[in-house]
Design a protein around this ligand. Structure first.
Ligand code: M6R
Length: 364
């Protein structure tokens, strides 16, 4: 039931503040993550993890890409990420102590399941982060952490993605204890996670300005999405959402790659969406934005605060509430979901059932 909402996608976008609380439900005690939430064998497995290999498809793959930044930056644990359809068909080298993490909303994605089955005998253990209890991936994995986002009906994945990000951070914390992450750091991050319902609610309050921004896209045929660091996968996800439901051709790029090709595409007909939180990459990112402006590209920026980036001729800025660096990928996802939603509504496409796509890809 869509309730008061016009589409399931919109309803699911708006469920995210509650979902952010649901993923944590029963998994936290005294400011720490309970490792038994991952399964009875969790302690033995986490004690032995030397690196992480993440395998997933589509939006779930983008969540995995964000986690790579977290695993390597926060706890210094090597982390590789690959799309399942490539991983399963090449000769992969699996090192000793590898925890395979599969990410999937449905738990039935054929390639992801096949990837798990293929390397089962070579890995330390498998952990599935999944939204559907009792699904194939959950049944076939050694450990699992349910994302508890509730059924996702819209083909475009929204709440499943942000709940995967929270689940991945929880995973990072329990493994991180063995790799120098202090109890204080863990507590701080848990507090940040507990603030997500409030923070994401504040983001959803920005719906009106995002909707107004969407009008600039309705007549466009192409769009670029830029981000740096852990926001690069968010740019990819923003582009995927737009192409999936509005059929506008969109590409996500790490902003530093502009000069290496995509800048050639930039002109007044190429809107450039940028996720630009107030972090140490902001100055670099601003330089990239200048490059776009100099070629007449129109900028649509989601920024950390009004002081750092202001709307001006050729650049519309929407400022988001301040948040800690680790929360940025989660927080900046929401306005991009809203943007693609409103563009699709303006274009009159079938938001919940985009052409040619299925919710669950159970055949390769
Ligand atoms: O169920 P899964 O998370 O394994 O599905 C993976 C992809 O098919 C899925 O994320 C797809 O990319 C979505 N339609 C994106 O919105």
């Amino acid at each position: 039931d869509k309730g008061e909402f016009k589409h399931f996608m919109l309803k699911e976008i708006y469920e995210q503040p509650d979902v952010m609380a649901q993923v944590l439900e029963g998994r936290i005690a005294s400011g720490h993550v309970l490792e038994q939430a991952f399964g009875v064998d969790a302690k033995r497995v986490f004690d032995q993890v030397k690196q992480v290999q993440i395998v997933a498809c589509g939006t779930s793959y983008h969540a995995g890409m964000v986690a790579k930044y977290w695993f390597e930056e926060l706890i210094g644990l090597p982390c590789m990420v690959e799309v399942a359809s490539e991983f399963r068909y090449r000769s992969v080298v699996i090192r000793e102590g590898t925890l395979l993490i599969t990410l999937s909303q449905s738990g039935e994605t054929a390639d992801t399941l096949a990837a798990l089955r293929d390397v089962k005998s070579q890995i330390l253990a498998s952990l599935s982060i999944c939204n559907v209890p009792g699904s194939s991936l959950v049944r076939e994995s050694d450990l699992c952490l349910m994302t508890n986002a509730g059924p996702e009906i819209g083909v475009a994945s929204t709440k499943a993605f942000t709940s995967q990000l929270v689940a991945l951070l929880l995973t990072c914390l329990v493994i991180g204890r063995r790799h120098g992450l202090s109890s204080e750091q863990e507590k701080q991050i848990v507090t940040d996670l507990q603030n997500l319902p409030t923070l994401t609610r504040a983001i959803l309050d920005l719906d009106e300005p995002v909707k107004a921004m969407a009008e600039a896209f309705a007549e466009k045929h192409h769009a670029l999405f830029l981000g740096r660091g852990a926001l690069y996968p968010i740019a990819l996800e923003g582009a995927l959402k737009l192409k999936e439901i509005s059929y506008i051709h969109a590409e996500g790029y790490p902003a530093g790659e502009l000069k290496h090709g995509p800048l050639a595409l930039v002109d007044k007909d190429m809107p450039v969406v940028t996720v630009a939180p107030n972090n140490e990459m902001l100055d670099k990112l601003k330089a990239n934005l200048q490059e776009v402006r100099a070629r007449g590209g129109e900028l649509f920026v989601f920024a950390g605060c009004e002081q750092t980036l202001k709307s001006e001729e050729g650049m519309q800025v929407i400022a988001l509430p301040a948040c800690s660096k680790l929360m940025e990928p989660i927080v900046y996802t929401l306005p991009l979901q809203l943007l693609s939603y409103h563009v699709a509504v303006l274009k009159g496409t079938d938001v919940d059932q985009p052409r040619n796509l299925a919710k669950s890809v159970t055949v390769e």
